[in-house]
Design a protein around this ligand. Structure first.
Ligand code: AMP
Length: 403
């Protein structure tokens, strides 16, 4: 069990919190504040305990190889855009420093009162962040007494702010702990890793098999059924000898798909019909009569019979893990499959249901079903990797255990 912020004496301490404020931005406006919202309980608790709270996070990507691109990325992904949203959700003023570390940060920290909060610049402004540069970690850890990890969405990355800093503080005999969001994420995802209840049904979709190879391998050992939809399904169907027309297929993954089908003979559930069109943006579309897709057609969503079939497979589930859309759901004509899977899971009364972030989380939110899931993870990549690695992620492993 990891040490949590409840286990710490925080009064008057300088506490560095790694939050996940990697939110979508458009022209400097935060488009979805969910990740900021989810961090608020931890921040409020630390304030109420009288800590001096320093918040850090990455925000988008910064290309350090090309100087022009680097400047443009920095402009686009400036943490100052998060500040007003954070202040509003927190209901208090937050001191902002446009540097990640260094004298400006230290001066601001010295001036911060107990219970005060400051936000520093996007950690990726620093070249050393993604390389877990020990010099950067040392700078970031300066004058810090306690490190709190609350960025589940970044816990699969061993970067300076998620790994280097806590590693250094551990070595210096200082305390490291997880926040409330991290605690909830670990508890929920652990159920999907431990797989203690059955039937356990995993639903995987999205575009690429290659992104999900390891999670499929992991789930073959844990889950009773693995429902595969989205473009991923076509690689599996082709491996089975089914006609897939011009659908998206990863030919280099056909061998892997065949092996999975052999190993998971009774576990892997594939579509039995599809919604197809001549083009991705297809204005004209139709269902197929069976699992085969005629030449020249592209499979863009699961068909009506598949929706029923998947719903039946989900009906008695006790644990459900869902990651990835069942079709090109951005186009309403091909969103029915994703909607239907979302509804089938949301309807389950006795199941522990987890959405592994990303597109599936947005779909559930848009459809108004978010509250019906037991847990909607803030980390797509992190939740997949947690299942792949049997519960282990660098950003969690480096945090001290409870005594
Ligand atoms: P991922 O990031 O792997 O979860 O993939 C999400 C993307 O998969 C979405 O943008 C979907 O539009 C896309 N996708 C889902 N089904 C299909 C399909 N049948 N053909 C092409 N792309 C698809």
């Amino acid at each position: 069990m990891k040490k949590t912020i409840r286990d710490l004496d925080l009064s008057g301490k300088n506490v560095l919190v790694r939050v996940d404020f990697n939110v979508p931005l458009k022209d400097g406006v935060v488009k979805d504040n969910n990740r900021i919202k989810e961090a608020i309980p931890t921040i409020k608790y630390l304030m109420n305990q009288g800590a001096k709270v320093v918040l850090c996070s990455h925000l988008g990507k910064v290309d350090h190889k090309d100087p022009d691109k680097c400047e443009a990325d920095k402009k686009k992904n400036d943490m100052k855009y998060v500040l007003p949203v954070l202040e509003e959700l927190l209901g208090s003023e937050v001191c902002y420093v446009d540097e990640v570390c260094g004298s400006k940060v230290i001066d601001a920290l010295n001036n911060l009162s107990d219970g005060g909060v400051m936000l520093v610049q996007n950690t990726r402004y620093e070249k050393g962040e993604s390389k877990n540069d020990p010099e950067l970690a040392k700078e970031m850890a300066k004058n810090i007494d306690v490190f709190v990890m609350d960025a589940f969405g970044s816990a699969h990355r061993a970067h300076a702010s998620t790994y280097g800093v806590p590693e250094l503080l551990n070595n210096e005999g200082k305390e490291t702990a997880i926040g409330f969001l991290m605690e909830r994420e670990i508890e929920a995802l652990s159920k999907c890793v431990e797989a203690d209840e059955h039937p356990y049904v995993a639903v995987l979709g999205g575009a690429k098999v290659s992104d999900k190879i390891k999670v499929i391998e992991g789930l073959l050992d844990k889950a009773d059924k693995i429902i595969i939809g989205g473009a991923m399904a076509y690689t599996f169907l082709k491996a089975k000898g089914v006609e897939v027309g011009k659908s998206l297929v990863e030919d280099e993954q056909l061998e892997f798909a065949s092996k999975c089908l052999e190993k998971g003979k009774d576990k892997i559930i594939l579509p039995i019909d599809h919604i197809v069109s001549f083009a991705f943006e297809g204005e004209e579309y139709m269902p197929t009569i069976n699992e085969n897709i005629p030449d020249l057609f592209i499979g863009l969503d699961i068909g009506p019979r598949t929706r029923e079939y998947f719903a039946k497979e989900l009906a008695n589930a006790k644990i459900v893990f869902w990651n990835g859309p069942m079709g090109v759901f951005e186009n309403p004509s091909f969103a029915e499959g994703t909607k239907s899977v979302c509804e089938s899971i949301a309807k389950l009364e006795k199941a522990f249901s987890v959405i592994g972030g990303g597109d599936s989380a947005s779909a559930a939110k848009e459809l108004g079903y978010k509250e019906r899931f037991s847990h909607v993870s803030t980390g797509g990549g992190a939740s997949l990797e947690m299942i792949e690695n049997n519960g282990s992620l660098p950003g969690i492993d480096i945090i001290q255990n409870k005594k």
